[in-house]
Design a protein around this ligand. Structure first.
Ligand SMILES: Cc1cc2nc3c(=O)[nH]c(=O)nc-3n(C[C@H](O)[C@H](O)[C@H](O)COP(=O)(O)OP(=O)(O)OC[C@H]3O[C@@H](n4cnc5c(N)ncnc54)[C@H](O)[C@@H]3O)c2cc1C
Length: 456
């Protein structure tokens, strides 16, 4: 009886998960329109979806035919999903499509970006832990380029151990359209041939096939403005913002935006030797945990993305002890301000929605970055501009190559464009964006995915 109740509960949980991810019957979206879009969050969603598919499809399955699954997108989330599916059930046969010429193309070679699995959940307990702690394609904090190597190695191992005859890869797609009505995909690209963690490009190949399940793991797309420059100013491309100027003069930069991407670049341009993983220890020292304890009390449940205005917390709610810690952190930060840059933060928002500095502390970014922004503001570390971008560029005489735009991507339109019959999916996608479901919390039971240790 107890066993039945347990399995009923897990089945309900799996069905609820599938409902959150479902666009239409048999077609699912991995994350793209949700809130909390870190690499780790996306991997948690990938585990959840793989587990739920296995749980529900296994129960429904009445024959020995394989279950044909298409995964569109070969970024970290898509790779995690495929590895989970292959490891979870030999009934799953996966075809994975990646439009670029290699897997995980965004983070590969990205030496100037730091990736930490949990830091955007700060000050949640455990958010400074460097290990992702995932059963499949686990990684530890590091440069994005190193993390992508670790993930790709892991993917090679899973593909080797579980993918033989069950994984087909296509790269360099120049066409891909999904039919929502009949779960078909038509495509033109290159057949990929895996050699360990590397994929070689084979003959051009075009086809149209039906699948039992189609999963969109296409991420968030390139940021607005990055497309025109062929992605050269996209967040994951290497830059020199964190390096001291070699010329004798100070350089004026303008960062436009107020999400995490913009605030990270603001920190790199204003704080000497800035590193996302060490900055909190460096500013708060041994008292960090005391400060975190209090902050959690003010933030409510969803710590890292708390809906609370962080400016209000810092200004009005901190205890005298925490105010003292903030004062000390500010003193430490003052010693670290860069001497070689002048930085304008242009943060008016679309249509001038932000009319005061306080507006930037609403939940547009992580609590970590809002806290750093507050400290920088107290140190006079940047100049704030809430006017028109062109006016700010003119007023501060910022050179074109010193304007950093971080505006996020138009993900909704990008997802709709994937369908040959967008009318069928449009309303549901609008709803997914509005409700931002798919909470990135573990739903799979511990032990649901096998670990592997072999090397391909
Ligand atoms: C400005 C910015 C800053 C960020 N900062 C951080 C950070 O500091 N820390 C963090 O953890 N995360 C950060 N993220 C989020 C991070 O980029 C994603 O979580 C991560 O890339 C994993 O997501 P993914 O695999 O879902 O998507 P992606 O990495 O975007 O992968 C999607 C893949 O799908 C492919 N694809 C797209 N369309 C098609 C198609 N039609 N056919 C075939 N393939 C297709 C793409 O080429 C890509 O390889 C940031 C994102 C942005 C935009």
């Amino acid at each position: 009886m107890a066993i039945n109740r347990h399995s009923l509960a897990t089945m309900v949980s799996a069905e609820n998960t599938l409902r959150d991810y479902r666009i239409v019957e048999g077609i699912y979206l991995l994350g793209s329109l949700s809130r909390g879009l870190t690499v780790f969050d996306q991997q948690v969603r990938a585990h959840n979806l793989a587990w739920a598919l296995w749980r529900v499809l296994e129960a429904e399955k009445q024959d020995a035919d394989p279950i044909r699954i298409a995964v569109v997108g070969g970024g970290i989330a898509g790779l995690t999903l495929t590895a989970c599916l292959l490891a979870r059930s030999s009934a799953f046969v996966v075809t994975q499509f990646e439009e670029r010429w290699d897997l995980c193309p965004l983070q590969q070679g990205s030496d100037t970006r730091w990736l930490h699995p949990h830091i955007y959940r700060w000050p949640k307990q455990g958010s400074r832990a460097p290990d992702a702690g995932l059963p499949v394609l686990n990684w530890t904090e590091g440069r994005a380029s190193d993390v992508s190597r670790e993930v790709l190695e892991g993917f090679g191992n899973y593909a080797h151990q579980y993918g033989e005859g069950r994984l087909a890869l296509y790269l360099g797609m120049n066409h891909l359209r999904i039919g929502a009505a009949d779960r078909t995909i038509e495509w033109m690209g290159r057949k990929g041939c895996r050699r360990g963690a590397y994929i070689q490009s084979g003959e051009p190949h075009g086809d149209r096939c039906g699948f039992d399940v189609v999963i969109l793991a296409t991420g968030f797309g390139l940021e607005k403005g990055a497309q025109e420059a062929e992605g050269s100013n996209s967040y994951w491309r290497n830059d020199r913002l964190g390096q001291p100027q070699l010329s004798g003069s100070r350089a004026t930069y303008l960062v436009s935006g107020f999400g995490d991407g913009a605030l990270v670049d603001l920190c790199r341009l204003t704080v000497e030797r800035f590193r996302q993983d060490t900055i909190l220890y460096e500013l708060f020292g041994h008292e960090l945990e005391i400060f975190e304890d209090e902050l959690r009390g003010h933030l409510g449940e969803d710590f890292g993305r708390s809906a609370q205005n962080v400016y209000d917390i810092m200004q009005c709610k901190l205890s005298p002890a925490s105010q003292e810690l903030m004062r000390a952190a500010r003193q430490n930060l003052l010693q670290r301000l860069r001497k070689d840059t002048i930085v304008i933060l242009h943060a008016s928002g679309r249509d001038g929605t932000n009319t005061s500095l306080r507006d930037l502390f609403d939940p547009h970014s992580s609590v970590l970055n809002r806290t750093l922004l507050y400290l920088l503001y107290q140190c006079g570390g940047f100049v704030l501009s809430l006017g028109e971008l062109d006016d700010a560029v003119r007023e501060y005489a910022v050179r074109d190559d010193k304007v950093v735009k971080r505006y996020g991507a138009d993900t909704l339109q990008a997802v709709k464009r994937l369908f040959s019959d967008p009318d069928i999916v449009s309303a549901r996608l609008d709803d997914m964006k509005a409700n931002a479901g798919q909470i990135a919390e573990r739903r799979w039971p511990l032990g649901a995915f096998p670990h592997i240790s072999t090397v391909a």
